[in-house]
Design a protein around this ligand. Structure first.
Ligand SMILES: C[S@@+](CC[C@H](N)C(=O)[O-])C[C@H]1O[C@@H](n2cnc3c(N)ncnc32)[C@H](O)[C@@H]1O
Length: 274
């Protein structure tokens, strides 16, 4: 059932997609460290999976941005009769997932240009991956590959995500260290304007606490979320780290230093053709 993408990441990303290339390289590098740092991502994926209906028996299921495959295997457990495929831009992630879970299908490819024929899948799942893409484009592609009546169950990020880190960096230098995401309402509007039918779309703040800024930065790197691009900012000098630590301390709670994620949990479906 798979139309595998066999090209390298460099070939898969067109020249104008320098950002995608950087995303793919960062996540590929993080393939062996991601799972130990992914406490919040696991929590979000578990909540996203609550949106998977139990009263359906899908034949074909797709996980977009499947990463190390830890969530894909759980989705496969939810639908044991289904043929499940995980797709990720980062070849390192797809290779890691394939080596850990050879019983499933894995491929490297771009969510915005899915390497699948129309009307292929009964369910498309995605946890914390489509925030790296244009939501319009994702919805077009998901609509194309879903069978009529098929479901798209996903989580993504909204504006306000990592606001503590953004504010703290703002005290250190004027560079961009934290990605900007569209607001909840802008994303809801985008879904409403698409050919997909909206079922549910809710926003929930998920917070993770760190003992120190150093641990937070280490985990970001382990996750492949490089908030300190070297080319832009040079090496992290002791002085800059101290400034960042000082600026972040204003957010400290009894649980530690908070890092908030504004998570959208969404369910949409492709309407049946009447
Ligand atoms: C935060 S990880 C989430 C992985 C997994 N879904 C989880 O919940 O643990 C995001 C994943 O999305 C992938 N990704 C980012 N942009 C993508 C794109 N345009 N197409 C396919 N995968 C993409 C990254 O390579 C990365 O593995």
């Amino acid at each position: 059932m798979l139309e595998r993408v066999t090209s390298s990441v460099a070939e898969a990303c067109r020249p104008e997609q320098a950002d995608k290339r950087r995303i793919a390289v960062n996540f590929s590098r993080a393939a062996s460290t991601y799972d130990v740092a992914a406490a919040l991502q696991n929590r979000v994926a578990a909540r996203t999976m609550l949106g998977l209906p139990s009263n359906r028996k899908p034949e074909f299921v797709l996980d977009l941005g499947s990463g190390t495959g830890r969530q894909t295997i759980q989705v496969a457990g939810h639908y044991p009769q289904a043929s499940v495929v995980g797709l990720d831009l980062a070849m390192g992630m797809a290779a890691h997932a394939r080596s850990c879970f050879p019983q499933l299908d894995w491929c490297s490819g771009d969510i915005e240009h899915l390497p699948f024929k129309d009307n292929r899948f009964d369910v498309v799942f995605s946890s914390l991956a489509i925030q790296w893409c244009s939501l319009n484009r994702v919805l077009e592609e998901v609509h194309r590959v879903l069978k009529p009546g098929g479901l798209f169950v996903f989580s993504t990020l909204a504006a306000g995500t990592m606001h503590e880190l953004k504010r703290a960096w703002g005290q250190v230098d004027p560079h961009v260290h934290v990605n900007d995401f569209d607001t909840y309402s802008a994303q809801k509007h985008c879904v409403q304007q698409s050919d997909c039918q909206l079922h549910s779309f809710r926003l929930q703040t998920e917070t993770i606490y760190y003992p120190s800024v150093m641990q937070l930065l280490r985990d970001m790197k382990a996750l492949g979320v490089n908030t300190v691009p070297a080319r832009q900012n040079g090496l992290m000098s002791r002085h800059r780290i101290l400034k960042l630590q000082e600026a972040y301390e204003v957010f400290r709670t009894e649980k530690g230093l908070p890092l908030s994620y504004e998570v959208i949990y969404g369910i949409v479906h492709k309407p049946l053709i009447i």
